[in-house]
Design a protein around this ligand. Structure first.
Ligand SMILES: NC(=O)c1ccc[n+]([C@@H]2O[C@H](COP(=O)([O-])OP(=O)(O)OC[C@H]3O[C@@H](n4cnc5c(N)ncnc54)[C@H](O)[C@@H]3O)[C@@H](O)[C@H]2O)c1
Length: 323
């Protein structure tokens, strides 16, 4: 199986690449290294079936050739992370929308129409006021214009609309994934991701900085479980034209995340609360409850989550201490 991963030098992509290489698949990564890192690919480089090009999917002149080679494409390349989204609100829209469309056009022109799995996000559910599980057929509450933090959700919704339209109009085999909070090796805290930031702060015995009051609820899943779901979805023809939540049902407040990290790292760090204004430099709309309805995912995959939240934290703490 030939696998093409755009954005593959990033957190999820590098773990996905390694998983497919271990299975014996050929893996080709395209990445402009804007947030991705070559160091994420050190394990992948040990395999003969691994190929990497440092290119921007928006301008790659050989995209058609690369797409034609693939049996399956994971389109993950995107501007991500709250800090980057707030800093680069235009490039979030242009990269995320134009990049996705460019990949889909290339698939349409190709002789061999690869299966395409596109990364969307649970952010498309927007700011809901209730603790209802988030399911794929819900109405979405995005507030365009109020705050550029929603540009990310808007860009991913546009990708979903593109994907579904290419299924309808051209019968391409495309699936949209709404990722919830994924954590694990190769994730950086630089762009706003909470768990790698807490881990680094805890092992440095620095204050663990909680944004807001810490009562916001998230459901975290280890990337090594995520990649198995992605492969199950990518190999199942019945997922064509579907939008699927990929996440876990283990819910935890950010306050408790901080406490778990502190205790598992045996850290003396204090927990410090920072207002959204101070954290993000502008008015920020927080999403207070974000937990997926997983009924649809379970229809397409029988995988049972192997990594508990604390096991992932222990592993991340160990890796961070070894660096
Ligand atoms: N990690 C999560 O919890 C999460 C949650 C929801 C959605 N997602 C989505 O999953 C995908 C992967 O996210 P991630 O967490 O691995 O982020 P990441 O930043 O580590 O990965 C994104 C990769 O895309 C690359 N990239 C960006 N623009 C590019 C371009 N124009 N051309 C080529 N490469 C480009 C970056 O260099 C990076 O390697 C993204 O599409 C993201 O929106 C992730």
């Amino acid at each position: 199986m030939h696998i093409l991963i755009t954005g593959g030098a990033g957190f999820i992509g590098s773990n996905l690449a390694l998983y497919h290489l271990k299975k014996g698949d050929k893996v080709h990564i395209l990445d402009n290294l804007s947030t991705g890192r070559l160091s994420n690919l050190e394990e992948c480089e040990k395999y003969n079936n691994f190929y990497f090009n440092e290119v921007d999917v928006l301008i790659d002149e050989e995209l058609d050739k690369r797409v034609n080679w693939a049996d399956r494409i994971y389109h993950l390349a995107a501007v991500v992370g709250v800090f980057r989204v707030l800093e680069k609100p235009i490039s979030v829209l242009s990269t995320n929308i134009a990049g996705c469309e460019r990949v889909l056009r290339a698939v349409l022109r190709s002789d061999w129409k690869a299966k395409v799995v596109i990364a969307s996000t649970s952010e498309v559910y927007g700011n809901r006021k209730s603790n209802q599980l988030l399911s794929e057929d819900m109405e979405l509450y995005i507030s365009p214009g109020i705050n550029s933090r929603w540009n990310y959700s808007i860009s991913k919704l546009a990708d979903e609309a593109y994907g579904l339209s290419y299924v309808r109009e051209h019968d391409l085999d495309i699936t949209l994934i709404r990722f919830f909070n994924v954590i694990g090796p190769n994730q950086t805290g630089k762009y706003g991701m909470v768990v790698p930031r807490f881990v680094q702060q805890a092992i440095n015995n620095e204050e663990l900085t909680v944004f807001g009051d810490g009562t916001q609820i998230r459901a975290f899943m280890d990337v090594r479980d995520t990649v198995i779901y992605l492969d199950d979805i990518g190999s199942n023809p019945a997922t064509k034209g579907e939008v699927i939540n990929v996440g876990s049902n283990y819910e935890i407040t950010i306050n408790n995340v901080a406490k778990h990290v502190k205790s598992l790292a045996n850290s003396n760090s204090e927990i410090k609360y920072i207002s959204y204004d101070d954290a993000y430099g502008e008015e920020f709309e927080e999403i207070y409850f974000r937990k997926p309805d997983l009924r649809k995912l379970k229809k397409f995959s029988s995988h049972q989550i192997k990594w508990s939240f604390d096991d992932t934290l222990r592993d991340l703490i160990r890796r961070a201490k070894e660096k």
